[in-house]
Design a protein around this ligand. Structure first.
Ligand code: NAP
Ligand code: FER
Length: 337
């Protein structure tokens, strides 16, 4: 199991975690013991290991690192669960075995999608894309939707859902390879934020009628450039702030966009997927239908072995993942991917 060894000072590094061995314990009454098949690494984890954060859900030094996973039940002391059942839970932790309270887990039905997909396009990231776009963005046919981290777990789905809604989808990503993948997914055009000499102008060129929905996964300079290209009545979804990963503890100082918001009567909304629990089933069903009908493509980036957890997480913060980053354990051998 990986425990938090120290809080990061700026950008997290591998030595912020420590790999420890421990005995596999037995489940208590009405509990289950499960072994990991796939473990998820997600950008939100940066916030949970911030020394500054000090809020209840943060990870303490010496605690097992938090994280979601898809796992197989190996022992059950709960009447509704049997060895061999597959589960998905947000509360698995960076470890191979976990004792869980079944009230906190979702049953994985492999007929809806392959087990790993429950952590990606029919799991938290896909549901984030669905809820943020539909419930906050409220797309209208013909809208221009600009999406940052466009080739990532959330971005891939958001771009394709924008196209399903009849919108023009504009990708922002770090490399031309990622932008080529976005074009493959159906995005109309892409902007490489690293090679652009003037990002505000590049976005203006890609969005000649302005941005109706800005699906912001990054904050930082991409946010600054997009905010200067809003259309009348724009909806700005603040979904993620990953570009701040190396300065999480410092105030986010930069330009202000109150004039742009006022003049365009734009709405800026913070989004958290956990506020949308009542939409999870609908979102999952729609995403699974699209995928099963060949209308939703998705790339997953697998690393193997529990030892890879910190490295896999750091790939996200350094833009090195190609699609949803997961860690696969030896127990996942033979599963449909
Ligand atoms: P992801 O996009 O698969 O991976 C992270 C991506 O962030 C990287 O591949 C990289 O893409 C981009 N990135 C990293 N550093 C950056 C920087 N300095 N500037 C610009 N882009 C940078 O991860 P994900 O799971 O789909 O999450 C995407 C965003 O959604 C995150 O901000 C996450 O916190 C947010 N999210 C929010 C919720 C919620 O409920 N609010 C739920 C899930 C996810 P490039 O190669 O394009 O740079
Ligand atoms: C995320 C970014 C931020 C995320 C959650 C948060 C689930 C915020 C969590 C909190 O403050 O409770 O990607 O994904």
């Amino acid at each position: 199991m990986w425990v938090l060894a120290s809080y990061p000072d700026g950008m997290p590094v591998e030595s912020n975690w420590r790999l420890e061995q421990s005995e596999i314990e037995s489940p208590g009454d009405r509990q289950i013991l499960a072994r990991a098949l796939y473990l998820s690494v997600d950008p939100y984890m940066r916030g949970r290991i911030s020394a500054k954060r000090g809020y209840a859900k943060g990870v303490e030094i010496g605690d097992v690192m938090i994280g979601g996973g898809v796992a197989e039940v190996v022992e059950s002391r709960h009447p509704k669960w049997n060895a061999g059942d597959l589960i998905e839970t947000f509360g698995f932790g960076w470890q191979e075995y976990s004792i869980l309270d079944p009230e906190t887990v979702t049953r994985v039905d492999p007929n809806i999608g392959p087990p790993h997909a429950w952590l990606s396009y029919i799991g938290m990231p896909g549901i984030t894309a669905w809820c943020a776009l539909n419930n906050i963005g409220k797309p209208v046919e013909g809208d221009t939707v600009l999406i940052s981290a466009a080739s990532g777990a959330v971005g891939q789905v958001a771009g394709q859902l924008a196209k399903v809604a009849g919108c023009r989808a504009v990708a922002v990503a770090s490399t031309d390879t990622k932008l080529d993948w976005c074009r493959n997914l159906g995005y109309d055009i892409g902007v490489n934020y690293r090679s652009a000499s003037d990002l505000t102008k590049e976005i203006a060129k890609a969005c000649p009628d302005g941005i109706d929905i800005f699906f912001d996964n990054t904050a930082g300079p991409i946010h600054d450039a997009a905010m200067q290209n809003l259309a009348l009545g724009a909806r700005v979804i603040i979904c993620g702030t990953i570009s701040l990963a190396d300065k999480f503890e410092a105030p986010d100082i930069g330009e202000r966009f109150l004039r742009q918001i006022l003049v365009n009567r734009a709405q800026v909304s913070g989004f958290l997927v956990f506020d949308h629990l009542s939409h999870y089933d609908t979102a999952r069903r729609e995403l699974a239908d699209l995928a099963n009908n060949g209308k939703l493509q998705f790339k997953t980036d697998f690393m193997d072995g529990i030892e890879s957890m910190p490295a896999a997480f750091l790939k996200l913060l350094h833009s090195e993942n190609m699609g949803k980053q997961l860690v696969r354990t030896e127990f996942a051998k033979g599963l449909r991917e």
